[in-house]
Design a protein around this ligand. Structure first.
Ligand SMILES: [Zn+2]
Length: 333
């Protein structure tokens, strides 16, 4: 009957409101909320685009980028007119997905110059062991140098050296590493630093330290001009030999020898002690403070002991503990 058919047909909106549909809607909403949590704060700034779960690290990143640019503009002769994406990864998976094949610096941050991408581990979720600002400057410098040479190859020591120079990461542990390398004759050849990714922790620290020193040496000894002649050469796909010959009139081997002589002159057994001057003072202070604390503690312990003796007379041992007022009558006949 036609009337029965009409009664069975439900309005389209009621048909949509079945259980499966409601579950689907809830699922989609949940997905949206989760996705929103992952990139909760995305914002474009004049110098970069920031991606993070929150915006809490943006002010620190802003200061670091400004600082890195000021240093890079001087040494790279460049206007640095580009805008990288800076991601603050809040999970290990996020970091791995974003870094891809890029080799992370100290496992804490990485740069992908071709994608103009910087990935940082969030200090809120990881103990990265280095200040965020230092990591930002280091990775930003990798991008800036890649841009300066138009994405052409540069030796690894130059790449890491510029990054360390810009982030001013050098500290007394690097001095110590260099002093140790010279004294124990474990200085690396600059061309061996290409294999940095395969190095163990100690050798990697020497490699980073030497990279920094090589860049600093080039800038201090020859200046920004020749340094940029070298960069222009790399931009034109020159070899290290060609680039150095154009810039400073020395081949790669000659420069290696010159730098080696500089290192041996600068770092030796004496420098190992003078460079770690503050460490020795600190250790001496630790010993002195430890001694003072121990003496004070011992003094307090003896004082307490004296007071306890005064209030709890050991004479009781010779009397009747249940009736302390009673006088011992041992002496009585
Ligand atoms: Zn690096």
């Amino acid at each position: 009957m036609p009337s029965t058919v009409v009664l069975k047909a439900r309005p389209y909106y009621l048909g949509l409101m079945n259980k499966t549909f409601v579950l689907k809607i809830i699922f989609i909403l949940l997905l949206a909320v989760t996705a929103g949590g992952q990139t909760g704060f995305v914002r474009e700034y004049p110098l970069y685009k920031y991606y993070g779960a929150t915006g809490q690290f943006q002010p620190e990143i802003e200061r670091a980028v400004q600082d890195a640019r000021a240093r890079l503009i001087t040494i790279l002769n460049d206007t640095l007119r580009y805008q990288p994406d800076i991601h603050v990864a809040h999970s290990r998976e996020d970091f791995a997905r974003l870094t891809g094949t890029a080799f992370p610096d100290w496992g804490a941050a990485a740069a992908r110059p071709f994608e103009r991408l910087i990935v940082l581990k969030s200090p809120a979720h990881f103990n990265v062991g280095k200040p965020l600002a230092e990591l930002v400057k280091h990775e930003y410098a990798h991008l800036a140098l890649a841009d300066r040479v138009n994405g052409q190859w540069v030796p690894r020591w130059l790449d890491e050296g510029v990054a360390m120079y810009v982030s001013a990461e050098w500290d007394w542990t690097d001095n110590l590493a260099m002093g140790r390398a010279v004294v124990f004759r474990s200085i690396l050849a600059l061309h061996d630093i290409e294999k940095l990714n395969t190095f163990g922790e100690g050798q990697a620290q020497t490699a980073y330290a030497q990279s920094y020193l090589a860049v600093k040496y080039l800038l201090d000894r020859y200046g920004v001009g020749p340094f940029n002649v070298m960069l222009d050469q790399f931009r034109r796909r020159a070899t290290v030999d060609q680039a150095l010959t154009e810039a400073i009139g020395a081949t790669y081997i000659e420069f290696e020898e010159e730098f080696h002589t500089f290192l041996i002159g600068r770092y030796n057994l004496l420098s190992l002690f003078t460079d770690t001057y503050f460490l020795w003072i600190f250790l001496a202070l630790v010993v002195i403070v430890g001694f003072v604390l121990k003496t004070v503690r011992r003094h307090r312990y003896y004082k307490k002991w004296d007071e306890e003796e005064r209030y709890q007379s050991t004479d009781f041992d010779y009397g009747d503990p249940d009736q302390p007022e009673q006088i011992d009558d041992d002496d009585k006949p």
